[in-house]
Design a protein around this ligand. Structure first.
Ligand SMILES: Nc1ncnc2c1ncn2[C@@H]1O[C@H](COP(=O)(O)OP(=O)(O)OP(=O)(O)O)[C@@H](O)[C@H]1O
Ligand SMILES: [Mg+2]
Length: 248
């Protein structure tokens, strides 16, 4: 579904991506882990067409999106749902309008149809009847669920989640993970998620990839990653201070 090859990106002298290569299969949940500041969001922004690489290619269904501009890239984005890091809700709009927004932007559906679909998505994330609230009036966990409803309301083929559970209590982390799994079972989208929730991610990922010092150092099924012989992977998933990764 998505093939990333030898992606490079630097900001001035700071080399963030130094040859990222990764393949994401249709319908799988791929979770990317790695240090804070390691370039995970920068990587996702390339897949979204929000950043252009210095070198390398990104193929979505065989089309290299790094050469696409304007309308052509918009058409690719129509197949995407995105949960941005921090949720990025529009605070000036109600919860309902936040969820309806992509339908109003990307489709020609009638107002009635949009209302029905937005309310249905709110119900699917457990927020039925909450549409009239403002994002400022709801809890962090509810905001995450609104962001997920908004990302999925167009029933996209590919969904990007950038740390969808950061800052939530352990019960809510599990609830959001179950929600994502439940929606994935229903809609079978391809998911690329960035997350720091270890060990919880091992229960929901089909495969895990670790981004470290600008490259993917290991990709595999959760069990294989947990048993990895790579000391960088082991230190990271155990959160150890001593090891090849320097805590800075
Ligand atoms: N537009 C930009 N211009 C300059 N530097 C940037 C830009 N975007 C990101 N960076 C830098 O790239 C590095 C990687 O940032 P990124 O946001 O991808 O980290 P991350 O892995 O997502 O971290 P976290 O887990 O904390 O979200 C950081 O040092 C950041 O300051
Ligand atoms: Mg990030």
């Amino acid at each position: 579904m998505i093939r990333i090859e030898n992606l490079h990106k630097a900001f001035g002298a700071q080399r963030v991506l130094q040859g990222v290569t990764l393949e994401v299969l249709s319908g799988e949940i791929m979770i990317v882990i790695g240090r804070s500041g390691g370039g995970k969001s920068v990587f996702l922004k390339h897949l979204l067409g929000l950043l252009q690489p210095d070198a390398g290619g990104i193929w979505v269904d065989g089309v290299d999106i790094t050469s696409l501009r304007g309308r052509a890239m918009d058409r690719v984005r129509e197949r995407y749902g995105v949960v941005f890091q921090g949720g990025a809700l529009f605070d000036s709009m109600s919860v309902f309008d936040n969820v309806a927004f992509p339908l109003r932007e990307k489709t020609d559906l009638s107002a009635e149809e949009i209302a029905a679909r937005a309310e249905e998505k709110l119900t699917q994330v457990g927020l039925g009847g909450m549409g009239h609230k403002n994002p400022a009036e709801i809890s962090g966990g509810m905001r995450k669920r609104v962001a997920i409803a908004r990302a999925l309301v167009t029933e996209p083929e590919i969904v990007f989640f950038d740390e969808p559970t950061t800052g939530l209590d352990p019960v809510l982390v599990n609830a959001i993970h179950h929600l994502i799994l439940d929606l994935h079972r229903k809609f079978r989208f391809t998911a690329i998620m960035v997350s720091h929730e270890i060990p919880e991610i091992f229960g929901i990922a089909h495969r895990v990839a670790m981004l470290h010092e600008g490259v993917i150092v290991e990709t595999g099924e959760p069990q294989a990653i947990q048993r990895s012989a790579n000391p960088v992977v082991q230190q990271f998933i155990r959160g150890e201070i001593e090891g090849p990764i320097h805590a800075t």
